[in-house]
Every structure is written in C-alpha cells, then in structure tokens.
Ligand binder design. Structure first.
Ligand SMILES: Cc1cc2nc3c(=O)[nH]c(=O)nc-3n(C[C@H](O)[C@H](O)[C@H](O)COP(=O)(O)OP(=O)(O)OC[C@H]3O[C@@H](n4cnc5c(N)ncnc54)[C@H](O)[C@@H]3O)c2cc1C
Length: 381
C-alpha cells in the first residue's frame, strides 16, 4: 500500500541517508559486529551528512527540522542494514537530543550541542540499574549535595552507547523522601573522576552496538551539569519516553519489512520438490499474511509518526505502537527464519541475525508488559 506521510523533502532526505549508508556504513558493517561497537568515524561521517542534529537549533549547527518524519526516515534506512544502527543512532539523535535541546541553559547548549551535531560528543542515557529497569521510580543511584557540588554514587546497566559515549545523561535520586518526585538528571562526561565503565556486555544479538555497565564512585559534578530542574527528572523522562518508544516502533517495522522482502526473494529462488518453496500453498498464504501484517502495522506506526509531528501523540498511543510493532516484528522474523530452513539458523545469514537482534525490542524502552500496564491503567483497570 502506498504510504502517505512523506513528501518530497522527506524522500530527498531518504536519498541522502541511503547514500551515507552505501558509502560509509555497508563497507564496514561486518567490522562493527566484530568490534562490538560503532567507531567514531561512523559518528563523524553521520555528523558531516547532517544526520545527528535533526532536532537541534540551527544556531548550534543542527537542522532544526522539528518534524519527526525526518527522524523516522533515518531510522528506517538504518534499520535496513541491521537493528543495532538505528538503536545506537536513535539513542543519540532521537532520545538524548530532546533532553539537551529542551531542558538545558543557553550556556549548556553552547557547550554541548555544536559537538553533539558533528558526532564529536557522543551521548547515552542511563536510567536502568542492576536492581531493576521497569520500576524507574525505585532507582538507587544517589546524588547528594555537598557545598556547591553534587556527589553521585551508584551504577547503571544495559546502557546503549555506554562504553563509547562522551556524555551520559544519568538519572539519580536527589531527594530520597520524595520518591519519583526526587529524581534529577545529570550530564556526566568522560574523564570525570570516579566515573568508570565495565566491559562491553556480551549480548545475544545486536553485536554492532556497545552496551555497558557504568559505575559512579563519589563522582563530583557542579550545577552546570544538572539537566533541567532539580527533582524534576522523573517527569522529564516520562515526557520524553513516548518519542523513544515511537522511534523503536519505526525501527521494528522497517527492520522486519526489509527481512520479509528478502525472504520473499528467497522463497522464489529456493527449490524443493522441483519447485520454488514460495509456490507451496502453505508458504504462499503465509507470505501473503506476513505482508498484510507488516503493511497494517506500518500504517498504524505511520499514523503515530504523523500524530507526533503534530505534537498530538499520547504516551498511551506510543505504548501501543511500541508493544505491537515489536510483537509483530518478532513473529514475522520467526516465520522468515523458518522459510530459510537450516540457513535461517546460520549466523552468516541476515535473517538469523535479524531474528536474534529483534528479541530485545519486546524488553527495552519499557518492556511490553509495562506498555500493557500503562494501556490497562488508561482503560481504568
Ligand atoms: C540491549 C539493551 C539496551 C538497553 N539500552 C538501555 C539504555 O540505553 N538506557 C537505559 O536506561 N536502559 C537500557 N536498557 C534497559 C531496558 O530498558 C530494561 O532492560 C527494561 O526496562 C527492563 O528492565 P529490567 O531488565 O530491569 O527488567 P525487570 O524490571 O527486572 O523486569 C523483569 C520482567 O518482569 C516484568 N515486569 C516488571 N514489572 C512488571 C509489572 N508491573 N507487570 C508485569 N510484568 C512486569 C518485565 O516486563 C520483565 O519481563 C537496555 C536493555 C537492553 C537489553
């Protein structure tokens, strides 16, 4: 079905992202997986191409597009390569960007945004802790006032870009007695004494992304590192999680769609019993169903992208597209593996990697259970 949300400007931008992917990403894609992370050159090239500052004001070198359809185009094109690229890139340009653009002082903007846009200042966001991620309000990392400084102690885990980020947005408890209303966001930068990282975590999929544990031992930061208002961090995160979940939904669909299209080609080519496997009625009907399911979830996510462009996307709508798109993605990719037979279980096949890569999308950015909890609460249950 023809999609109706993109205009000529978005398609021109898509062409430039594709050019970037072909020139600067595809030749190195295998290396990223071996290195368990993206090299700085990836970020610098993306910066040169103007891909990292879509939401950043022009005054600081960004595109100031303020139209999430451009973010969606970027996520879609990167998702066609693998699932880790849109995740790492999206953490920086879709997820951290709003914190650094909307909550910062002019001095902080001038200090961070120009290098954020060029890829010289890579970012991550650290909410999850070893003791739990779903119950964000229960986080244990503390930031205690000492003179005119804050002293941060605690640890975070599963942090995307955590190993390579130059600046990490860290959620810490500043007023223990105030529960969710006592959390503040801090920018902790590489080189700050007491801030260390563990190894790159060994994941089941998405080897191209670096995911790390972070440790804070008496890390001292000044007020110049506080992002937004003291004790308002939880609300700041809740306000920005819908964009994170929408970004995930866009990638979920584009990633599954790409592999499905490749599987259709495979089913036309691969022979069994002297005929293409796709011509058996079971497989033909299955592929017909999968294409229909992908097109319907794509239309649903497109509607959410458009709503977000108009600033109308609710947290509940974002939860709905996040859980459903990750569920559909996983189901579609499981069928794609099956259609590839034994090759579908070989790591050298894209379909096998895509299937492994997709599993986490039902867990991260708020697990699907938490998404349903939010939706259920909204139903008055
Ligand atoms: C590859 C990867 C990258 C990530 N990147 C980041 C990142 O960049 N920054 C960051 O802060 N975090 C990141 N995360 C963390 C991720 O958001 C958390 O893993 C997720 O929120 C779940 O938290 P948890 O792992 O502590 O699971 P838990 O909270 O321990 O949950 C365990 C299980 O219990 C279920 N559960 C919990 N509460 C309920 C409930 N009320 N009702 C029903 N079921 C419930 C959960 O759905 C889950 O199935 C990443 C995780 C991974 C795996």
């Amino acid at each position: 079905m023809k999609r109706a949300i993109f205009d000529d400007d978005h398609e021109a931008f898509r062409a430039s992202v594709r050019e970037f992917v072909e020139r600067s990403v595809l030749p190195h894609a295998e290396q990223y997986a071996e290195d368990k992370g993206l090299p700085r050159d990836y970020w610098l090239e993306a910066g040169k191409q103007g891909l990292l500052g879509l939401e950043v004001p022009e005054a600081f070198g960004g595109a100031e597009a303020n139209d999430f359809r451009f973010n969606a185009v970027l996520a879609e094109e990167l998702s066609k390569v693998n699932a880790a690229l849109p995740s790492c890139t999206g953490i920086h340009s879709d997820i951290v960007a709003p914190y650094l653009v909307e909550l910062t002082t002019d001095e902080q903007k001038a200090r961070w945004l120009p290098r954020f846009v060029t890829g010289e200042l890579l970012t991550a966001i650290a909410m999850t802790e070893p003791s739990g991620g779903s119950d964000l309000a229960a986080l244990k990392t503390t930031a205690v006032r000492d003179g005119d400084e804050w002293v941060i102690n605690g640890s975070k885990t599963f942090i995307t870009n955590g190993w390579s980020a130059d600046l990490v947005v860290v959620a810490a408890r500043t007023s223990p007695e105030k529960g969710a209303k006592g959390i503040t966001l801090f920018a902790v930068e590489t080189g700050t004494e007491g801030f260390t990282r563990g190894r790159k975590l060994d994941k089941v999929g998405q080897s191209e992304s670096d995911t790390a544990e972070l440790f804070f031992a008496d890390v001292r930061v000044s007020d110049a590192q506080v992002i937004g208002e003291v004790d308002r961090g939880f609300i700041s995160m809740m306000e920005r999680l819908p964009q994170e979940r929408l970004s995930c939904a866009v990638s979920n669909v584009a990633h599954a769609k790409q592999i499905l299209l490749e599987t259709i080609d495979y089913a036309k080519d691969r022979q069994a019993f002297k005929q293409p496997i796709g011509s058996f009625q079971h497989n033909k009907f299955l592929l017909a169903e999968l294409v229909t399911r992908i097109e319907s979830i794509e239309a649903y996510v497109d509607a959410a992208v458009l709503a977000h462009t108009k600033r109308e996307l609710t947290a509940i709508d974002a939860a709905k597209v996040k859980w459903l798109s990750s569920q559909v993605q996983n189901e579609v990719l499981d069928h794609c593996v099956q259609l590839h037979g034994g090759y579908g279980f070989m790591n050298e096949y894209r379909v096998a990697r895509a299937w492994r890569d997709a599993r986490v999308t039902k867990i991260w950015a708020g697990s699907n259970e938490i998404m349903k909890e939010l939706i259920g609460r909204d139903l008055g249950l």
